[in-house]
Design a protein around this ligand. Structure first.
Ligand code: NAI
Ligand code: MG
Length: 365
């Protein structure tokens, strides 16, 4: 059988710096574990614009559709702020998400014990936290029509439309239930069924999919505002949360910050299964290209490394190997190895991006 294939799109700013550490880990899997990947690399974002006048060429798009998983670094930077909207670096990323139809965005919020002091919440509230927010990514109010700024009478009106079809809700619900079966068999669905018709439909469809296909999974429903409150109060009551695009945007950012630094947060965006049974998939750190620290060896590669661990788990069915990477990260943090973003005001000597990567490799060994 052919090796699993990966397309690396490192992008701009710290993207290539953090991706270099992931490449070391991919190499480690080849030499130490006999798990080889067919890796190709290409351009996305500002660097693609510089080379080709577009943030994502058709050829790169076609490659992304063919591989088992895409690993993306980050795109953008001040140099590109002057560009027309149609060729902005972010458009490359949006095109990937749209054309690969990546409707299910997995954002884990996981608190490593060594960083529990870093949270804005009390240590016992976050220590050991391990939840995943599943955010619908390709529909809802960010895409619904009509939208725009119109004139009505003598004033302007801004309009966006929250719109969800039954099938859009059902497929993201399935994705959450599947995830729950790999974890602790528990899903909480969040919407605003008290004030929004789209929320009423959301709740109905999630319940129907549950009753018909996943009766073994424990399902609860919560209004999203109450959910936000509960996430701050006692986040460990949750395991998998499934919610729409808008609420997911807010809730996942909030949940993520329970755990500390932006440099720690991975994500996966999944679509429909391909012919080989693997889902269309793109893995990327939550952070951006961090122009303020780019080129200085200061970036924390852990978000990108943990995104690769998610690829091992969700694209390649290598859950044990994913856990191995996560344990290595845990060990390195427990040993006190810190990039600058993980240091408190008391200071200390931070390691470089590359030293952090090497420490993770050493822990893997
Ligand atoms: P950002 O995430 O790039 O940076 C925010 C802050 O966090 C900065 O102070 C940065 O130094 C720090 N930071 C981020 N990642 C880090 C890491 N791995 N290690 C240590 N520190 C880290 O967000 P910002 O500054 O709003 O955006 C910068 C550029 O990135 C913009 O062009 C923006 O459009 C783009 N961006 C791209 C994203 C993507 O590719 N998915 C997501 C967010 C922003
Ligand atoms: Mg956001």
């Amino acid at each position: 059988m052919a090796n699993p294939s990966i397309l690396i799109l490192a992008g701009d700013g710290i993207g290539p710096e953090v991706m270099a550490e992931v490449k070391k880990i991919i190499g480690w899997f080849g030499t130490k574990r006999g798990i080889a990947f067919d890796v190709t690399e290409d351009l996305v974002g500002g660097c693609a614009y510089d080379a080709h006048g577009t943030p994502l060429t058709d050829a790169t798009m076609a490659k992304a559709q063919e591989v088992d998983a895409v690993l993306l670094g980050a795109v953008g930077g001040p140099k590109y702020d002057v560009l027309d909207f149609s060729v902005k670096p972010e458009r490359g990323l949006l095109r990937l998400r749209k054309e690969m139809d990546l409707f299910s965005n997995l954002r884990p919020a996981q608190c490593f014990d060594a960083l529990a002091d870093f949270s804005s919440l009390k240590k016992d509230v976050v220590a050991g936290l391990d939840i995943v927010i599943v955010r619908e990514l390709t529909s809802g109010v960010y895409f619904g029509e009509p939208r725009g700024i119109f004139t009505e009478g003598n004033e302007r009106v801004g309009i966006n439309t929250q719109r969800y079809t039954e099938s859009e809700i059902a497929r993201v619900a399935r994705s959450a239930f599947e995830l729950a079966r790999r974890r602790n068999n528990k899903v909480c669905s969040m919407e605003k069924a008290n004030v929004m018709e789209s929320g009423i439909l959301w709740r109905q469809v999630v319940q129907e999919v549950h009753d018909k296909e996943y009766p073994d999974v424990e399902l609860s429903h919560m209004y999203a505002d109450a959910g936000a409150m509960q996430l701050c109060r006692w986040p460990k009551q949750f395991d998998v949360i499934v919610t729409d695009n808008l609420f997911g945007d807010l809730l996942s950012d909030m949940a993520a910050m329970l755990t500390g630094s932006l440099g720690m947060l991975p994500s996966a965006s999944l679509g429909q299964p391909m012919a080989n049974g693997r889902p269309k998939a793109l893995y990327e750190p939550v952070h951006g290209s961090a122009p303020d620290i780019a080129g200085q060896g200061k970036a924390n590669p852990i978000a990108c490394v943990l995104s690769f661990a998610m690829a091992l788990r969700y694209s390649f069915d290598l859950g044990d190997e994913a856990a191995r990477v996560e344990k290595a990260v845990e060990k390195v943090l427990a040993d006190g190895v810190r990039t600058a973003d993980l240091m408190g005001p008391e200071g200390g000597k931070p390691v470089t991006t590359s030293q952090m990567g090497d420490a993770i490799i050493a822990a893997l060994d």
